[in-house]
Every structure is written in structure tokens, then in C-alpha cells.
Write a protein that binds this ligand. Structure first.
Ligand code: NAD
Length: 331
């Protein structure tokens, strides 16, 4: 019987893994450690492996060891695969697979939730109520069907987000150098990012992080946004220039922001820092603002997405072992 090993397994993944095991009749050993030079010996005797981790696999000895154990693949249960050295993987005959779109709805529904909270002024209302202030003044809400939602990066997640807001009667506009035919029924593409920024009441970012999108929303872009508009980032932290955003929020140029991702988030998100000093100066400011909502990179974190990540990643292991190919193979 085929035997697989899964690294960095969280408790909440175990029911999803159990379900896949029962459906596929394959033996799986789970460990909580990341794959590394120290742990690679655990792979001996297994037919395939599945990982998810932030620590990089840059040491050639890891690849040499895996090849010695007759391993043919590394399956990541994440979309990103930049932790793998693709040259070393190729050199040692390891095929790399990822999970490109585990549940676009998971992130889209977080964006919808946060937009509705922002336009209802919930951060301010909750902060003042916790001080015993129950007044209405300055807290009048907007209705979503009267607003224009601008999506920057209308791919899988941006497209799912566009569909949700379209269903609620909002006008949805998008900027993406690649226009997707199917979305044209419900989205108006803008020719430039500037025109989108100038026209939208709510802007939601869904671009990948690359050299073109670092600080995509800088002081100049924030200045192009409508006064009193809202900014949502569920893409990657460095897409927004944090100091420029703080200035725009303090001046009132931007009415509010919802941030599921922040620069340097590896030092604080998914960690318990209660009683400790926060390790990031921008986080310290943003977290106290009564027009900002911060979530710890939980957009993807739904039962459905976790099951999809596990299913897709384990299906890829089996398919590479049995057939040598898989649609989620990355080059
Ligand atoms: P995708 O590849 O399907 O879509 C990205 C889109 O962005 C593409 O259509 C691309 O053409 C467009 N794009 C690229 N550069 C652009 C630019 N400069 N301006 C405008 N559009 C541009 O990716 P996806 O699955 O929709 O994911 C989008 C991003 O969401 C990911 O790269 C990741 O950073 C983030 N993400 C966040 C979470 C979370 O939990 N918050 C979960 C998964 C993914």
C-alpha cells in the first residue's frame, strides 16, 4: 500500500486528512515539524510527501536525501512555492506541485464581511460603545447597492469578490492587464488603475506580490482615490505602502481600511503575543485606529478551503507517483 508523509500538519487539518484517507485507502503519517535538513530523514520508507511551510528549502542536501529515498515529488498544500529551489528540484528529479486556487470564495467572503462592517462604521461604533458611548452622530452608514466597488487584480479571488458585490447590486469595476471574458458580464474594466482609483468608493486588492506590485498603493495612488473611500487588502502586505496609508487614514482622505495582510506579518500573525510588545511599528499604529479592521491573514481559513488544500495536495502526490504528471505541477 502507498505510504505518504505530511509535514507541518495543524490540528485543524486532521479531520480533512482523515476524510481523504478514508476515501482513498492510502496510509498517511502526519508530523507537526517543517521539512528541513534536521527532519528529512523522516521521509525514508515513504513513497511521497506533502508540505506547507514558510521556512525555505534551499539546502542541496535535502534534495539529495529525498532522491536517495527514491522520492519523485514535493507537493505543497499552498499556492506559493517560492520556498522551493526549482533548479535543485529539477536536478534531483523532484516534481513540484501546488494548490493554485483552493477556495477563492473564502477570501471573497472575508472581503464582503469587512466591507459591510466598514460602511456601517463598526470599528468606530464598537470602539465608542466599549467606552459607554452609544451616540449616532458621525456613524451614518452607506448602502452597498449605491456604491462602486473597484477590484484591482480580477483573477480567481478578485473575480469571486466581484460576483459577490454584483449580486448585492453594487456597481463593480476592475483593473487587470489581463481581461477575463466571463467577468465582462458583471464587471466594467477600466483602462488604467488611475481611472479605477478615481471612480471607486471601495477598492479591493487581489494582485499577486511581485516586483511590479510592491507599494502598488503608495501616496500617489492613495491621492488618486476618492475622498472618503475605503481600501481593502487581502492580497499581500507589501502591496500597500503602510506609512502612506496611515497618513491617508489620519487625514481622512481614506475613510477606512480592512487589512488581512501586512508587511512583516510573519512576526505576529498566527502567534499569541498577548502581554508582549508588538514587533512592528506600523501595526502598533494601525491596530489602534477606529477606522481600521485588521485580521491575521485568515481570508483563506475556512473549513472548505482547508479540505480543498488537503484534497488537492494529496491527489497531486498520488498522481505524480502513479502517472508522473499532474495539472498542478509548477515549473
Ligand atoms: P490569480 O492569479 O487568479 O489573480 C491575480 C490577478 O491579478 C490576475 O488576473 C493578474 O492578471 C492580475 N494582476 C497581476 N498584476 C496586476 C497589476 N499590477 N494590476 C492589476 N492586476 C494585476 O490569483 P488569486 O488566486 O486571485 O490570488 C490573488 C492574491 O491573493 C494571491 O497572489 C495572494 O497574494 C492573495 N491571497 C490571499 C489569501 C488570504 O488568505 N488573504 C489567500 C490566498 C491568496
Amino acid at each position: 500500500m502507498m505510504k505518504l508523509i505530511m509535514f507541518s500538519v495543524r490540528e485543524d487539518e486532521k479531520p480533512a486528512i482523515q476524510k481523504w484517507k478514508e476515501q482513498n485507502g492510502i496510509e498517511i503519517t502526519t508530523v507537526s515539524e517543517d521539512l528541513s535538513l534536521e527532519t528529512v530523514s523522516m521521509v525514508e520508507g515513504f513513497d511521497g510527501l506533502c508540505i506547507q511551510q514558510r521556512t525555505e528549502l534551499k539546502d542541496e542536501l535535502i534534495y539529495i536525501q529525498l532522491a536517495e529515498y527514491n522520492i519523485k515529488q514535493i507537493s505543497l498544500r499552498t499556492a506559493g512555492y517560492n520556498i522551493v529551489d526549482m533548479n535543485l528540484a529539477q536536478l534531483y528529479g523532484l516534481k513540484i506541485t501546488n494548490v493554485p486556487a483552493y477556495s477563492p470564495r473564502s477570501v471573497a467572503e472575508l472581503v464582503l464581511t469587512q466591507v459591510m462592517r466598514l460602511i456601517r462604521n463598526f470599528p468606530l461604533i464598537e470602539a465608542s460603545m466599549s467606552q459607554g458611548d452609544f451616540r449616532w452622530s458621525g456613524r451614518v452608514a452607506r448602502e452597498i447597492h449605491t456604491l462602486t466597488v473597484g477590484i484591482i487584480g480580477a483573477g480567481n479571488i478578485g473575480g469571486a469578490t466581484a460576483r459577490l458585490f454584483n449580486a448585492l447590486g453594487a456597481r463593480v469595476i476592475a483593473y487587470d492587464p489581463v481581461e477575463h471574458e466571463k467577468l465582462k458580464e458583471l464587471v466594467t474594466y477600466m483602462p488604467t488603475q488611475k481611472e479605477l482609483l478615481e471612480s471607486a468608493d471601495i477598492i479591493s486588492l487581489h494582485v499577486p506580490l511581485d516586483k511590479h506590485t510592491i507599494n502598488l498603493i503608495d501616496a500617489e495612488a492613495l491621492n488618486q482615490m476618492k475622498s472618503g473611500s475605503y481600501l481593502i487588502n487581502a492580497a499581500r502586505g507589501p502591496v500597500i505602502d503602510s506609512p502612506a496609508l496611515i497618513d491617508a487614514l489620519e487625514s481622512g482622505k481614506i475613510a477606512g481600511a480592512a487589512l488581512d495582510t501586512l508587511p512583516n506579518e510573519q512576526y505576529f500573525f498566527n502567534q499569541n503575543l498577548s502581554g508582549k510588545d508588538l514587533p512592528d511599528d506600523h501595526l502598533k499604529i494601525l491596530i489602534t485606529m477606529d477606522n481600521v479592521l485588521i485580521t491575521p491573514h485568515i481570508g483563506f481559513y475556512t473549513t472548505e478551503a482547508v479540505q480543498n488544500m488537503v484534497d488537492s495536495a494529496l491527489d497531486s502526490v498520488v498522481s505524480i507517483i502513479l502517472n508522473g504528471t499532474n495539472e498542478n505541477e509548477v515549473q
